[in-house]
Design a protein around this ligand. Structure first.
Ligand code: GN1
Ligand code: MG
Length: 342
């Protein structure tokens, strides 16, 4: 995307004297902070190779906003601003843009540094699901079909292993074997989703801590990055918190010896999440709380190695074996997490 294209997007929103700076960092979308005469905004480019139907995302956000406004008017929820022509989405080839008002005096956190932060984040995601506990869930669009379907992710992995990418398959023999040895998790996943006591809830599906806006005192104000908000099971949000909060280093860390499970952070997620959602959470969901972490960490390792075997088409790479290293990183985390929770 060149500067002129970006400027024409600014024009559609009616922004003048724009100063823009890149702020993230996600593997899929791109985000800018905008300072203009009209105020401060967050501009996002949605990758439509991955999110094929941005209008479904927008419809979900609109329905949820309308519901919350009626039922929980104090709940802070951000909805995209409109262009001069009254549109919340701006279409360009292979990409779609949208913008939000920037909420002043808020911070994001990129790495979970304290157990208190983990607890606060868990509470903030739980309160989102809690505020929507009676939302007519069938009205929500599925923005990414089968997103956290472990069974399907495993099949995609198997197919990638059977491909002709012999160099990369040779490079990743050990991790392929290790992942195959953990296939029992796929069975446990299938039993989980088939159980009547596993409720469908409004899940965020991307509960990394950078998807929360905090106030200056470290209190979670609201959840952001709502593209994957759709019906799901509790394991999705819970599991992705374990995956992304418990280790002092992220999935990007190449020195695997730095990966750790911080037990007090594991407890903090449990405390924060279950205390907030206590009236709704079922015994079944509690019994499978830690399994959620195994499912999501395992799934992420499968997804990274699958992408490696498919030449990095989904996640991209910054160095040659990037997705192999990410897969190994997540596998190490899985082993450590299993050792600490079994
Ligand atoms: C992607 O782009 P980002 O960081 O928000 C991915 C998540 C993965 C994550 C791993 C739509 O999220 O599922 O957990 O990368 N989102 C999609 O970093 O595939
Ligand atoms: Mg995301």
């Amino acid at each position: 995307m060149n500067a002129n294209q970006l400027i024409s997007i600014f024009d559609l929103f009616g922004w003048t004297n724009v100063h823009s700076s890149t702020i993230t960092s996600g593997l899929i979308n791109h985000t800018w902070k905008i300072d203009a005469d009209q105020g401060e905004f967050i501009l996002q480019r949605i990758n439509t190779n991955i999110f094929a139907s941005p209008e479904k995302i927008d419809a979900n956000i609109g329905m949820i906003a309308a519901y919350l406004e009626k039922k929980s008017p104090d709940y802070l929820f951000t909805i995209p601003v409109t262009t001069i022509d009254g549109n919340r989405l701006v279409e360009a080839p292979n990409q779609v843009f949208r913008a939000f008002n920037y909420i002043p005096n808020t911070n994001t956190i990129s790495v979970v540094e304290t157990a208190d932060q983990a607890k606060e984040a868990a509470q903030t995601f739980a309160s989102f699901t809690k505020a929507l506990i009676d939302f007519p869930i069938d009205q929500l669009h599925i923005t990414l079909p089968d997103f956290h379907q472990l069974d399907l992710r495993y099949h995609q992995f198997e197919k990638a292993v059977q491909s002709n990418n012999s160099d990369r398959i040779n490079q990743s023999k050990a991790i392929i074997h290790a992942l195959e040895n953990q296939k029992n998790l796929v069975n446990q996943f299938n039993q989980y989703i088939a159980n009547k006591a596993a409720y469908k809830r409004v899940m965020h599906h991307d509960t990394k801590i950078s998807n929360i806006l905090f106030d200056e005192r470290g209190k979670g104000l609201c959840v952001i990055d709502l593209d994957t908000v759709m019906p799901g099971f509790l394991f999705s949000d819970v599991g992705d918190m374990f995956r992304t909060y418990i280790s002092p280093v992220s999935e990007e860390e190449q020195n695997l010896d730095k990966i750790e499970v911080r037990k007090d952070f594991v407890e903090a997620i449990y405390e924060g999440y279950t205390s907030e959602l206590k009236d709704a959470i079922t015994q079944f969901e509690l019994d499978h709380f830690y399994l959620s972490g195994e499912i999501l960490i395992y799934m992420q390792s499968l997804r990274f190695i699958t992408d490696y075997l498919q030449n990095d088409v989904y996640y991209g790479k910054k160095y040659p074996d990037h997705n192999l290293v990410r897969a190994l990183n997540q596998y190490r985390l899985l082993e450590l997490f299993q050792a600490s929770t079994h």
